[in-house]
Design a binder for this molecule. Structure first.
Ligand code: SF4
Length: 317
């Protein structure tokens, strides 16, 4: 993770109607220029923005979310055995810069939006809980753990989830910033899910994310503290040789006590065609390798190495 001291925003845009909730965040960025706005879409929704240009130096936008707070999980995502699963977008955009990230296809802006009316998210979740248990993906349009030192959203959700056991929540991350939440009590209904890829692929496709060893270190810390941890090999980006993946899985099995992992999830690279088309029009040199035969070899290797763990997988490519 970029340490907080290295994260800086030249401009922070603040919706006037959320001003009273911004003190804790603004205190951390005393050098930033604060600009008050009526609606975050004035900045985030501007036409003809350059995602690639903004990504180099994004602004932060502090806003209030209106309308929908919960969305049904898309059919191409796993549901881990839950009949009902949802995602929520409390932050838009990310500190990391994975070249295959769907956010580049979804948004015109790389500016980062925090929705600070978290109690409205909680109200919506409580309403949904009345219809029975469900799975919630909390870190969907972002990497929430990487932002924890700035916004503290995981702390707030942790408090909420400790009283709402019917909501099982997954926080998916590539961050090594476990230290920001390590003092929290692990909850049965809160899963930390680390996305992992071989270092060779991280270097090529996951710009500014922590290397594998830092993620493994964070995983070990989380296991040690009793957190539920999921390993996620998704998206699997194929290679010319299976050896890279063999070495990768061996490294994981030697570094982590796999018996303490909750489960393993994997899937191929997949994306809404409209987003993919847009990404390829912006980044024409992007070459994601999705060789089906190699994908299946990698899946077989996962089964061989982690055979005693439930494998939630999308096998067909
Ligand atoms: S960590 Fe996830 S949300 Fe962030 S850039 Fe990478 S793929 Fe996108």
């Amino acid at each position: 993770m970029k340490a907080l001291k290295t994260v800086c925003f030249k401009h922070i845009y603040v919706e006037k109607n959320i001003k009273d909730k911004t003190k804790d965040i603004l205190e951390k960025f005393s050098d930033s220029e604060i600009i008050y706005i009526d609606n975050y879409l004035e900045i985030f929704g501007r036409k003809k923005q350059s995602f690639a240009f903004q990504k180099k130096n994004p602004s932060l936008i502090l806003a209030k979310k209106n309308g929908k707070f919960l969305y049904p999980n898309p059919p191409y995502c796993q549901n881990f055995g839950f009949e009902r699963s949802f995602y929520t977008s409390i932050i838009l955009n990310c500190l990391f810069d994975c070249s295959y990230c769907f956010l580049k296809g979804m948004y015109d802006s790389a500016n980062i939006v925090f929705f600070l009316n978290i109690e409205d998210f909680f109200l919506e979740l409580e309403k949904e809980e009345q219809n029975g248990n469900f799975l919630l993906f909390l870190s969907y349009d972002t990497d929430l753990l990487s932002f924890e030192n700035i916004c503290g959203f995981i702390h707030k959700f942790h408090n909420f989830l400790s009283k709402h056991k019917n909501i099982t929540t997954e926080i998916r991350t590539k961050s090594s910033n476990f230290s920001s939440i390590e003092h929290l009590k692990p909850l049965d209904n809160l899963i930390l899910a680390w996305s992992l890829l071989p270092d060779e692929i991280i270097k090529e496709f996951e710009n500014s994310t922590p290397p594998l060893k830092n993620r493994l270190f964070a995983i070990n810390k989380a296991i040690e503290k009793g957190w539920k941890v999921r390993l996620v090999f998704d998206p699997i980006i194929t290679t010319d040789s299976i050896k890279i993946y063999e070495k990768f899985f061996k490294k994981i099995s030697l570094s982590i006590d796999i018996s303490k992992i909750l489960d393993i999830s994997c899937g191929p690279f997949r994306m809404n065609q409209k987003y993919l088309k847009k990404i390829l029009s912006l980044f024409s040199d992007l070459k994601i390798r999705t060789d089906k035969e190699m994908y299946h070899k990698i899946i077989e290797q996962i089964k061989l190495t982690f055979s005693n763990k439930i494998l939630y997988s999308i096998y067909d490519t």
